[in-house]
Design a protein around this ligand. Structure first.
Ligand SMILES: NC(=O)c1ccc[n+]([C@@H]2O[C@H](COP(=O)([O-])OP(=O)(O)OC[C@H]3O[C@@H](n4cnc5c(N)ncnc54)[C@H](O)[C@@H]3O)[C@@H](O)[C@H]2O)c1
Ligand SMILES: [Zn+2]
Length: 342
């Protein structure tokens, strides 16, 4: 097992990579605990949950809204949760976001922890202290910054995760390699094809290294005033594609990252040889590199992006593998490049 400590403004968060769900009680305080999970995760793993009151949510992104939050608050009242109650979210990114948001707002904030069950939640959603829900079509627009006390990343739970969900996590792992870890990039180059789908050593290494990149960025800039923006690499275009097509998050941000790589090369920030090396790894990892999408709709979605400031946008370029650069560019320039490179 590998353990990280993230020192955040709301306390220390321990991330335990390779710990098991059945050891969860070891990390719980001796107070009342309430579990929040979703239907699929409960169906697979209920037999491993400790015996506490349970709040079960429908699975899927559509539940990440205010209505579900109201249901959670109502259940917390029914179960007589008070300031000393500890909340545990067991699930993917949706459960972690909802459990973290509910816990950090109910009675002005209860302590909470996560068992991250999807690859994406392990390498991204459960780490970093952001908890948010969607509202009126805006993704993650209402939220809190509040660190979980612990995050258990049980790699054995990945055995039941559908392949499309694995791909969502792999796309974020490659993102972390590109913005912060050239060695992780080389490891993926060398080992990706050889790995078995249930290769525990492969996942232990890539989940660990990926969290190391995210944890370091979060510690330096917890509230996204600057450096944390690099975590949005590939996401400006990616989010807009995800919103306007049927592609998954992983597929959409892969297209966004491929665009960012080509754009970086076009702006002479990134050498052509490096760009070629990066694109070959996308190919090897079977991450999509080209897909038709409606550019007008995608551009309209970027315009709506909450991160846009006036007519300029923060865009994450790459100068090298592991070296990102955030620059403000005009929306007009971005529009032209999308027409040109996609
Ligand atoms: N807070 C953050 O910093 C942050 C960062 C990245 C993403 N997110 C959020 O995370 C969410 C996406 O997370 P996700 O991809 O985990 O989605 P998800 O939580 O919807 O999980 C994907 C699917 O896999 C199922 N599942 C989860 N674990 C399983 C397992 N072990 N076996 C079988 N099925 C399992 C879930 O029930 C769901 O159907 C988005 O809402 C996104 O906004 C948040
Ligand atoms: Zn993402």
């Amino acid at each position: 097992m590998d353990i990280f400590e993230i020192h955040g403004q709301t306390g220390i968060s321990k991330v335990l990579v390779g710990e098991r769900l059945q050891n969860l009680p070891k990390y719980l305080p001796p107070t009342k605990c309430i579990i929040i999970t979703d239907t699929y995760v409960k169906n697979h793993y209920h037999h491993l949950f400790p015996d506490f009151n349970l709040i079960e949510l429908e699975s899927g992104e559509h539940t990440k809204n205010l209505e579900t939050l109201k249901e959670i608050y109502a259940k917390l009242l029914d179960y007589e949760a008070d300031r000393s109650t500890f909340i545990v979210g067991i699930g993917g990114g949706v459960v972690c976001d909802l459990a973290g948001f509910a816990a950090s707002t109910y009675m002005r904030g209860l302590d909470f922890g996560f068992v991250a069950t999807s690859l994406l939640a392990q390498v991204d959603a459960s780490v970093g202290g952001k908890n948010a829900i969607n509202f009126r079509g805006y993704k993650n627009i209402v939220g809190t910054f509040h660190q979980p006390r612990f995050v258990i990343c049980d790699l054995e739970l990945l055995d039941t995760l559908p392949q499309t969900e694995i791909l969502n996590g792999l796309a974020e792992i490659l993102k972390h390699a590109l913005i912060g870890d050239p060695e992780l990039f080389s490891f993926l180059e060398r080992h990706f094809e050889k790995k078995d789908s249930a290769d525990r050593d492969f996942f232990q290494r890539v989940v660990h290294d990926s969290i190391a990149v995210k944890a370091a960025v979060v510690e330096r800039d917890e509230r996204e005033s600057g450096e944390r923006r690099i975590l949005n690499f590939g996401h400006t275009l990616g989010h807009a594609i995800e919103k306007t097509t049927l592609l998954s998050h992983g597929e959409a941000i892969s297209l966004g990252m491929v665009f960012a790589v080509r754009y970086s090369e076009k702006k002479k920030k990134l050498e052509a040889t490096e760009s070629e090396k990066i694109l070959s790894l996308f190919y090897k990892m079977k991450l999509p590199m080209d897909s038709a999408f409606d550019k007008t709709r995608v551009l309209a979605a970027i315009r709506k992006d909450k991160k846009r400031e006036a007519d300029r946008i923060h865009f994450v370029f790459l100068k090298d593998i592991g070296t990102p650069e955030v620059a403000k560019i005009s929306f007009h320039e971005l529009e032209e490049s999308i027409h040109d490179l996609c």
